[in-house]
Design a binder for this molecule. Structure first.
Ligand code: MTE
Ligand code: MO
Length: 383
């Protein structure tokens, strides 16, 4: 079958869909290290994994509204300055299963682990575009509504057998500070097949859907990409919209992800001994907005304690710290005293003072994206 050449995967991944392969690690794996190991990183696919075994014949075509269209080889990319960017990638469908419990949504179910933090190595898209005559972003440039479209090699049924594609604004693509990468490494190793070998886009601070894997071509276009995943998916609708009254044209494709956090040291339902319980997890926000605070409550949100936050190897995290990884999550930790059965709640606040919503009902949407409601786990005290 078309799925007979899939790569090997770690046996402890939780498989949400086999073909196409969609899987996430147990949540505890996310808090065992600041950088998520490649084999524990969630895998989100819409078709079979392409097999590109001949790098000599691989190149990316860059064309569209540019003066000198060009084919770029891996050799060309390796010759450009290499950047290592620590960035958290999060699927817009992270925590979808919990949203579906309130009212059914359509889409692959995910727990809290459709997210990971990796060190991506590669060339900056702004440098690559400069090679084909597209200047870097400088103040005063007018770029209109132009977008840069990324087209993959894979084939998916949503595109009627065509390739996966997405786009980002030209102003973001040509801005060196946006750190958009054409990545050929993940955590210091050659990118593997599941994550886009030999080359993928990484758009920091933006929902995972725009970080196109197995890149085939880059197209500078007059307006945003018209592909399925930009126009008929990954858009945020209000709770009043359902499948019988949806008008896709009324909404914009989702780009930045909102402030998010989840407890990873505890399952949805836990039995604990009375006494101290460690609460740790991740918090992240889109657009390079850092995490200002993570609050923990054991009384349903009446009283809160602030968790400690860190990045790197346990270094305390300060949101104003210029050394912090601006595109990366923070891990948090707090210890609470549990004397009776209750719910433990976590919520994060980002640098723009955005706060996670209290309840999932208010942000319910038919595709089940962006469930960023307060994360709640049950603790039952057993003796
Ligand atoms: N790129 C291609 N070519 N095909 C895909 O199915 N899935 C997207 C994105 N890029 C996808 C893709 C989605 S929805 C997400 S969340 C991320 O890749 C997941 O990246 P990962 O599998 O490396 O974690
Ligand atoms: Mo995704």
């Amino acid at each position: 079958s078309e799925y007979s050449r899939e790569p090997p995967r770690h046996p402890s991944l939780i498989v949400n869909s086999k073909e196409p392969f969609n899987a996430e690690p147990p949540r505890s794996a996310l808090v065992s290290s600041y950088v998520t190991p490649v084999d524990m990183f969630y895998k989100r696919n819409h078709g079979p994994i392409p097999l590109l075994d001949d790098l000599d014949s691989y190149y990316v075509t860059i064309h569209g509204l540019i003066e000198c269209p060009k084919k770029i080889s891996m050799r060309d990319l390796w010759a450009l300055p290499k950047y290592n960017v620590t960035a958290t990638l999060q699927c817009a469908g992270n925590r979808r299963t919990a949203m579906s419990k309130v009212r059914k949504v359509r889409g692959v179910g995910w727990g809290v682990s459709a997210i990971g933090n990796a060190v991506w190595g590669g060339a900056k898209l702004a440098d690559v575009l400069e090679l084909v005559g597209v200047p870097k972003l400088t103040s005063g440039t007018t770029l209109g509504g132009k977008h840069v479209e990324f087209v993959s090699i894979d084939k998916c049924k949503e595109e009627n057998g065509g390739p996966y594609k997405a786009s980002i604004p030209l102003s973001q693509a040509t801005n060196p500070e946006a750190d958009v990468l054409l990545a050929y490494e993940m955590n210091g190793e050659t990118l593997n097949r599941d994550h886009g070998y030999p080359l993928r886009v990484v758009v920091p601070g933006v929902i995972g859907a725009r970080s196109v894997k197995w890149l085939d071509s880059i197209n500078v276009i007059a307006e945003e990409c018209q592909g399925f995943f930009m126009q008929r998916d990954y858009k945020m609708f209000p709770p009043s919209v359902d499948w019988d009254n949806i008008d896709w044209a009324t909404r914009k494709p989702q780009m930045d992800f909102p402030v998010q956090c989840a407890i990873c040291s505890l399952d949805d339902v836990n039995t604990v001994q009375p006494g101290k319980v460690k609460v740790s997890g991740y918090a992240a926000s889109g657009g390079g907005r850092g995490i200002e605070r993570v609050d923990i409550s054991i009384d349903g949100g009446k009283n809160w304690v602030e968790a400690s936050r860190y990045q790197k190897d346990g270094f305390p995290y300060v949101s104003s710290d210029i050394c912090s990884d601006k595109w990366a999550w923070v891990l948090f930790e707090a210890t609470v005293d549990i004397s009776h059965s209750t719910e433990i709640v976590a919520k994060a606040v980002d640098a723009a003072a955005n706060v996670q919503p209290e309840n999932v009902e208010t942000i319910w949407n038919l595709r089940g994206i962006l469930n960023t409601s307060w994360h709640r786990v049950q603790v039952r005290v057993g003796h």
